[in-house]
Design a protein around this ligand. Structure first.
Ligand SMILES: Nc1ncnc2c1ncn2[C@@H]1O[C@H](COP(=O)(O)OP(=O)(O)O)[C@@H](O)[C@H]1O
Ligand SMILES: [Mg+2]
Length: 595
């Protein structure tokens, strides 16, 4: 998008302060217009216009820029290029293709960074409309097999409506080849290619917003079972440094059941991002066996890249997400970390000498965070299909203090809250999601799916488990005072059950070959195993059986390992084990007492 249009001189630089510059205006220019700054033609965007002065944020290093150099407008807002070839790519915040290198810095702008965002290869286009058809924004002109996982639907652009007067035959075409012509009601002709452009700060329109209804399955038990996310929903993932935000985000990128994934590495370390991308190049999709890259797009603005481009990266990524949504796909956008994005806002605002509010953030911080998450949703697209954008943003509060503004506002504008916890991470309980402070407002939304697809009593199972965990945390405080031996056996059994849930269910190893991804059916089978063993144990204790006898039958250390020994496709083993163990526990009660 750095090369969008011929540009002409519209001003002269007079002031330079890091990523912010000011210019005296001599020609037409508007707010949010994309500009070229200086002799070097650095990419920038007008963020203010006042009394003949333009304020510009610059997306590249401004070292060496001098007053007197030219400012050139492009006549267009900051936008991204949309079309086949986005998938499997790695972009910076301005949609310039990046090269990933395994070393200290990790990620570089590819040589010839003026290169187009979309590859110049030819795509096999199959028309889906015919000459004479009336076409509307969002209707499908034709399809292209973008990757083996994703069919790219070439849509009629938002501004075009009328009669299709010609359309290309099936064949191989480059993205800029004209494939069709539409004549509108006024008789004007619009040549169409595979490429659309869209201004990143403007939401792409939809026919209708719908309530989320289906879960986004992540394969992470603590999320799917206890704090579920819905397709089209929003989740905040706050946690102190080192609590496992990046690891969990990456697990979601790998395993979640969205069709298309956009991962935004925002302000984090370049080598960390390079590791992810390198790892991705080896990973395959468990359901299709195809490389996961085929459904994934990376947007990287690592800590070594200019701060303003970090601000833009969120919008570029969101626009790309909406573009695949409009093709009828379930898209998931993961942003790591939105705090670095907020810090970019703060830095730019500081350069502008705006009045700071809490912790130096600008007063518009909450509205920016809200506007970002509002672009998530399940929708009826203009073309009449259903699509969704799900958003998960990690938040890195300084010192792990959740009362700071970015965490607070993010919590306000999202509906699932996954709080990562220092104490759990220190205890190597991963994912370090605190099950007491985390919550999801999507439980009732997704319950119907779980009840239908897995078990009618899903809600009851998860609330029994939650109650046990809740009771155990109260008992834990007592144990610290008096010791576990002082508790009645009924309560000690609650502590045992809580251990089953914590170690056997909530804890999950992201790198374990069997445990990394836990399918819904296995999640329910494990949950039922522990819930029903807890209940049967409770009954036999009530009837006077000593806890020690139960321990002879139920080896807790072995039970918590089942998650790692039973693969997703052999869930029957868990069901069978449950009936065997239940029978053995019941047999502890002498026959005369049962009567
Ligand atoms: N799910 C996990 N399983 C195993 N180790 C983990 C897990 N999550 C985090 N870790 C450990 O914690 C370290 C820091 O995690 P990371 O995701 O980089 O934290 P953050 O992004 O919150 O700063 C990792 O390098 C890893 O050693
Ligand atoms: Mg991190």
């Amino acid at each position: 998008m750095t090369h969008s249009k011929e540009s002409t001189r519209t001003g002269t630089l007079i002031w330079i302060s890091g990523p912010v510059v000011k210019a005296r205006i001599s020609g037409p220019i508007s707010v949010l217009e994309q500009v070229h700054v200086g002799e070097a033609r650095l990419a920038g965007e007008v963020i203010g216009l006042n009394h003949g002065l333009a304020t510009i944020q610059v997306y590249e290093e401004t070292n060496g820029l001098r007053p007197g150099e030219p400012l050139c407008g492009t006549g267009a807002p900051l936008s991204v290029m949309l079309g086949p070839g986005l998938l499997a790519n790695i972009y910076d915040g301005l949609q310039r293709p990046l090269a990933v290198i395994r070393d200290q810095q990790g990620i570089y702008l590819r040589h010839g960074s003026q290169a187009e965002a979309l590859p110049s290869k030819k795509w096999n286009f199959t028309p889906r409309a015919r000459a004479g058809d009336l076409v509307h924004p969002g209707s499908v002109l034709g399809v292209v097999p973008e990757t083996q996982l994703i069919e790219h639907r070439v849509l009629i652009p938002i501004a075009v409506e009328g009669k299709l007067i010609d359309i290309a035959r099936q064949g191989d075409y480059a993205v800029h080849d004209v494939l069709a012509t539409v004549e509108d009601a006024g008789g004007a002709r619009h040549p169409l290619t595979m490429v659309d452009r869209w201004a990143v700060r403007t939401e792409r329109p939809v026919q209708e917003r719908l309530e989320p209804s289906r879960p986004l399955i992540t394969g992470q038990r603590v999320l799917d079972t206890f704090e579920p996310l819905a397709k089209g929903g929003t989740a905040a993932m706050p946690g102190p440094f080192g609590a496992g935000k990046t690891m969990l985000q990456q697990a979601l990128v790998k395993w979640c059941d969205a069709d298309v994934i956009i991962y935004v590495g925002c302000g984090e370390r370049g080598n960390e991002m390079a590791e992810v991308v390198n790892e991705f190049q080896r990973l395959t999709d468990p359901s299709s066996g195809r490389p996961l890259m085929e459904r994934t797009i990376f947007v990287a603005n690592t800590s070594n890249m200019p701060v303003a481009a970090r601000e833009a990266s969120i919008y570029s990524a969101t626009t790309i997400a909406e573009y695949y949504r409009d093709q009828g796909y379930a898209v998931a956008l993961m942003a790591d970390s939105t705090s670095r994005w907020a810090e970019a806002l703060r830095e730019i605002s500081g350069r502008l000498e705006e009045m700071p509010t809490e912790e130096g953030f600008p007063a518009y911080l909450p509205s920016r965070i809200a506007a970002f998450y509002e672009r998530a949703g399940r929708v009826r697209t203009l073309g009449g299909n259903e699509g969704s954008v799900t958003m998960v943003g990690s938040v890195s509060p300084p010192g792990g203090d959740f009362t700071e503004p970015v965490t607070q506002y993010t919590q306000r504008f999202t509906r699932a809250f996954w709080a990562l916890d220092r104490a759990l991470a220190n205890a190597r309980h991963y994912p370090a999601i605190n099950w007491q402070t985390s919550y999801s407002l999507y439980v009732n939304t997704v319950a119907a799916w779980w009840a239908k697809e897995t078990a009618p009593d899903w809600q009851a199972l998860r609330s029994t488990a939650a109650q046990v965990l809740e009771q155990a945390s109260r008992l834990d405080q007592l144990v610290q005072l008096v010791g576990a031996q002082a508790l009645p056996e009924r309560q000690r059994w609650i502590l045992d059950a809580a251990r089953l849930f914590k170690e056997g269910f909530l804890q999950q190893n992201v790198v374990h070959p069997i445990d990394a991804y836990c399918a819904p059916a296995k999640q329910v089978a494990l949950l039922r195993l522990f819930v029903e063993l807890y209940q049967v144990g409770q009954q036999v204790i009530e009837s006077g059986t000593p806890l020690a006898r139960i321990h002879q039958v139920l080896d807790i250390r072995r039970l918590v390992q089942i998650k790692e020994t039973v693969p997703n496709d052999q869930v029957d083993q868990i069901t069978q084990l449950l009936s065997e163990l239940k029978a053995r526990v019941n047999a502890l009660v002498p026959a005369e007492r049962k009567a």
